[in-house]
Design a protein around this ligand. Structure first.
Ligand SMILES: [Zn+2]
Length: 148
């Protein structure tokens, strides 16, 4: 099973195994049926974020944001555009630091928006401040390893 990838469902938190050859075929979560890597930005809680950051074999980019943050709201459509561009080889998600202040503490977030890229169970890189979609996409492609 060397060519099967572990992906935590960003909706329900279940761990799924997806053959690498089926990554582009719209794989769904075996537990809840949500699409695993359809290029949509999904909201996370801290538990799902930590599980996914630990277990995922695909790069995971998380936007730490809050509703009161103007630059965060301005970046949201850019982030969504980058998510589409990077699917199915990388996943983008977001966490509301107002609802989940424990996430800011856990990841030592000093200002938002802040992007953290995870792969192979560890933090790979960070990007601070609001960025256009092209910058977000280039950041992930340069720092993470996407499947061919
Ligand atoms: Zn699920």
């Amino acid at each position: 099973m060397a060519d099967s990838l572990k992906l935590v469902c960003l909706e329900c938190g279940s761990t799924n195994r997806v053959p690498e050859a089926r990554l582009g075929a719209g794989p769904k979560c075996g537990t809840c049926g949500a699409k695993l890597n359809d290029g949509k930005v999904r909201p996370l809680d801290l538990k799902t974020l930590q599980k996914s950051a630990q277990a995922d074999d695909l790069p995971l980019l998380v936007d730490f944001w809050a509703p009161w943050c103007g630059p965060c709201r301005m970046m949201a459509p850019q982030f969504a555009q980058a998510a589409q561009a990077l699917a199915p080889g990388a996943r983008l998600a977001k966490i509301d630091t107002q609802d989940h202040p424990d996430a800011s503490a856990r990841f030592n977030i000093r200002g938002i928006p802040a992007l953290i890229l995870f792969q192979n169970g560890r933090e790979v890189a960070r990007l601070a401040g609001a960025r256009p979609a092209a910058d977000i996409e280039a950041f992930v492609r340069s720092k993470a390893k996407l499947p061919a």
